[in-house]
Ligand binder design. Structure first.
Ligand SMILES: NC(=O)c1ccc[n+]([C@@H]2O[C@H](COP(=O)([O-])OP(=O)(O)OC[C@H]3O[C@@H](n4cnc5c(N)ncnc54)[C@H](O)[C@@H]3O)[C@@H](O)[C@H]2O)c1
Ligand SMILES: [Zn+2]
Ligand SMILES: [Zn+2]
Length: 486
């Protein structure tokens, strides 16, 4: 039976109690808003144990998993914790269903390629502002603590296009892409967290389990990340890609516009073997980033008023997060009115186009909210002017504004300091504040449990070779997410 049909058939057999139980204890719905479990200090336990936890196969203590990777409670409706018995029966049901793999998943034969250089297709970006070039590249075997992955599906995110437009500075030539799902082809020495054949999501924010951010319950941006000043190299200062005799750089710990990639073991996590790669690849970036910005970073409350600037794949995921948190008013802001219908379908209560007004959009939002401003605003575009407008749109005293859009490299912001002096909070959010290794498998489980809908975000699915067409759709404002399949 094809994978999708199998999932549909399996889902139809499941009672609502199973769907709730299957996602485990971390996101059980309680009183209005989210039940915010008390974050336990991750510093407890020593770093050695953390290393084992994030790179080794040792089963993670359930309490710690809840503290570290709580995916929040997204429903504003009441609910009850499921009994342990329910969870066991859910596991049993899952275990009894043998995952059926798609043809590309079955093709992964690590025995024949392990330890060897793999020649495969990749979209090489030789320089900015030029189309991607589909090339044959050589992918070296994984070194110690590295994992080689066969990519099954990868989404196109605006961050990749920021590189192509020159807004985000990276070393060229480079293989971009960071929102994907795949199958482990082989692992280097010392890797125990995944094995060949595991279905995985690469993590553009790694989780080493040892650095200051990883051991703190307050942060998620592992200091081993390659964001900010992108080096485009593995930890040892080399890359695993070559093409026409040249070293090709890697992108933010991932590089997924290629049939095979190599990542560090801290930048990959095993997920449910039956999860559909062409959907859950969005959990690798766009969906999780937006959804988490509302739930984890802003901590939107029931009854809040929110404004979301930018209604692309990430902005729409913010809308979904605000709705799940119980926001009573969600105002979408975009200069492309074609985005409004989908925004309303996903939870926006109204949408406005700044180009329809002569006054600044922050003044429009103040008026729309009786002069108060919104409780929470989100900039999900990547422009400094809209970052300031979003800040000025929130309540002058207790409003919170979250920067999600990636600003152009080395950009500076000048703003009226009074905006902050009166009490507003201005925050940034990377990967939605999720601790990646802890949270991604749970988000996948939540998708499988129908807690949220990724399908609405995917407007186009194209063969990998049509990557340039996928980017044109994004630039023309015609797509939300295009997923490339191999
Ligand atoms: N923080 C993170 O971890 C993270 C992760 C992924 C993406 N991002 C960033 O988030 C941003 C959004 O990503 P996306 O993939 O949804 O992009 P997208 O291009 O699909 O969406 C951006 C939206 O903003 C709108 N827009 C453009 N200029 C505008 C303006 N002046 N006023 C109002 N709306 C405007 C566009 O019409 C579009 O609908 C990008 O900057 C991306 O790099 C950040
Ligand atoms: Zn992204
Ligand atoms: Zn870390």
């Amino acid at each position: 039976m094809p994978l999708l049909l199998w999932i549909e058939a399996a889902a139809s057999l499941l009672k609502p109690s199973f769907l709730l139980a299957s996602v485990g204890p971390h996101n059980i719905s309680h009183e209005c808003g989210r039940r915010r479990k008390k974050k336990k200090n991750m510093v407890r336990g020593n770093q050695k144990r953390n290393r084992q936890k994030y790179t080794g196969s040792k089963q993670q203590d359930k309490k710690e998993m809840m503290a570290a990777g709580d995916t929040g409670v997204y429903s504003c409706q009441g609910g009850h914790p499921q009994k342990q018995q329910d969870r066991l029966s859910a596991r049993e049901i899952r275990a009894s269903k043998k995952p059926e793999l798609s043809s590309c998943e079955r093709d992964t034969d690590s025995m024949s390629t392990s330890g060897k250089v793999i020649k495969c297709k990749a979209a090489v970006a030789w320089e900015p502002k030029k189309p991607f070039s589909i090339e044959e590249v050589e992918v070296a075997p994984p070194k110690a603590h590295e994992v080689r992955i066969k990519i099954l599906a990868t989404g196109i995110c605006r961050s990749d296009d920021h590189v192509m437009s020159g807004a985000l500075t990276v070393p060229f030539p480079i293989i971009l892409g960071h929102e994907a799902a795949g199958i482990v082809e082989s692992v280097g020495e010392g890797v125990t967290c995944v094995k060949p054949g595991d279905k995985v999501i690469p993590l553009f924010v790694p989780q080493c389990g040892e650095c200051s951010s990883c051991v703190s319950s307050k942060g998620n941006l592992c200091t081993t990340n390659d964001l900010g000043a992108v080096r485009g190299l593995m930890k040892d200062g080399t890359t695993r890609f070559t093409c026409k005799g040249k070293q090709i750089h890697q992108f933010i710990s991932t590089s997924t516009f290629t049939e095979y990639t190599v990542v560090h073991e801290t930048a990959v996590v095993k997920i449910d073997a039956v999860a559909p790669p062409e959907k859950i690849c969005l959990i690798g970036c766009g969906f999780s980033t937006g959804y988490g910005a509302a739930l984890n970073t802003a901590k939107v409350e029931c009854g809040s008023t929110c404004a979301v600037f930018g209604l692309g794949g990430v902005g729409l995921s913010v809308v979904m997060g605000c709705k799940a948190a119980g926001a009573s008013r969600i105002i979408g802001v975009d200069i492309n009115k074609d985005k409004f219908a989908k925004a309303k379908e996903l939870g926006a209560t109204e949408c406005i186009n700044p180009q329809d007004f002569t006054k600044p959009i922050e003044d429009v939002l103040m008026e729309l909210t009786g002069g108060n401003g919104v409780d929470y605003s989100f900039e999900v575009i990547g422009r400094t002017d809209t970052m300031i407008a979003a800040l000025a749109s929130c309540h002058m005293n207790y409003g919170t504004s979250v920067i999600v859009g990636v600003p152009p490299s080395a950009s500076q912001i000048t703003y009226n300091a009074m905006l902050l002096f009166t009490g507003r909070t201005w925050k940034g959010s990377i990967f939605g504040g999720w601790k990646s290794k802890d949270s991604v498998p749970k988000l996948v489980a939540d998708y499988m449990g129908k807690k949220f809908n990724l399908d609405a975000l995917i407007t186009h699915t194209l063969p990998f070779d049509k990557i340039n067409e996928g980017f044109e759709l994004l630039r023309a404002g015609k797509s939300i997410r295009t997923v490339l399949v191999f």
